[in-house]
Ligand binder design. Structure first.
Ligand SMILES: [Zn+2]
Length: 228
């Protein structure tokens, strides 16, 4: 039996939904459901692009995230650099760093390593030589979405030779990981929403008569969000 998952922090659920970044199904079988980029089926979908491309909304997201970080006990005066992976985390890292700087009255830098892939392994590289965390600095890791945490693992690998300190809290717009901590680090997020996915052959939504479609193709977003 499918249970409706209620995401936390209703105001940010509303904002993400209004900006067409987040879709959460009401499980009405007349409503279609989503196919993820990996081909699995889901009753939830989050694509941060419409948030990170909206400066006003992202500024508000950064401001609220900084409040939550402070509430969690993160010492913002100690953070020298905010690191978020390209491309989803780039703008969020930039906006978080400027909000932290504004809040405390002195500068905070940001950096955005990019993912490289040789077919077997994946790793992050700080390509922009002007934006590399310096030895001894304290780094706050952020991203748009937390799914499995693998990006944070890979960023840690890229940070290790730089001999920096990493804050024991990560900051994300949306946590779909389903837990409040990941490998010993706290997770600060504007929305917590576990988003289970199913193999198409065992999808309960398909069995219930709902059709599956790719959210960002043609008119599909309108079909997902229409009244049924
Ligand atoms: Zn399905």
């Amino acid at each position: 039996m499918l249970e409706k998952v209620e995401p936390l922090r209703a105001d940010w659920v509303y904002r993400f939904t209004q900006s067409n970044a987040l879709w959460v199904s009401d499980l009405n079988p007349k409503r279609p459901h989503a196919v993820t980029t990996t081909g699995r089926h889901t009753a939830h979908y989050f694509d941060s692009r419409s948030v990170v491309e909206n400066k006003k909304l992202l500024a508000k997201a950064a401001k609220d995230s900084v409040k939550l970080l402070m509430h969690t006990g993160v010492n913002l005066t100690s953070v020298d650099c905010v690191v978020g992976p390209a491309k989803g985390g780039t703008k969020f890292a930039e906006f978080l760093s400027s909000t932290i700087a504004h809040q405390r009255g002195f500068a905070c830098s940001w950096a955005s390593p990019s993912k490289h892939d040789d077919g077997n392994d994946k790793w992050f590289v700080f390509d922009d030589l002007e934006r590399i965390p310096q030895r001894g600095q304290t780094v706050l890791m952020c991203d748009d979405t937390l799914t499995t945490g693998s990006s944070f693992e890979l960023i840690q690998d890229a940070l290790r030779p730089l001999k920096v300190n990493i804050v024991d809290t990560v900051c994300v717009l949306l946590n779909r990981y389903g837990l409040s901590e990941i490998r010993g680090r706290n997770i600060v997020s504007l929305v917590d929403c576990a988003m289970p996915t199913w193999d198409p052959f065992s999808c309960q939504l398909c069995r219930g008569g709902s059709s599956a479609l790719r959210p960002r193709v043609d008119n599909n977003w309108k079909l997902l969000t229409a009244k049924y």
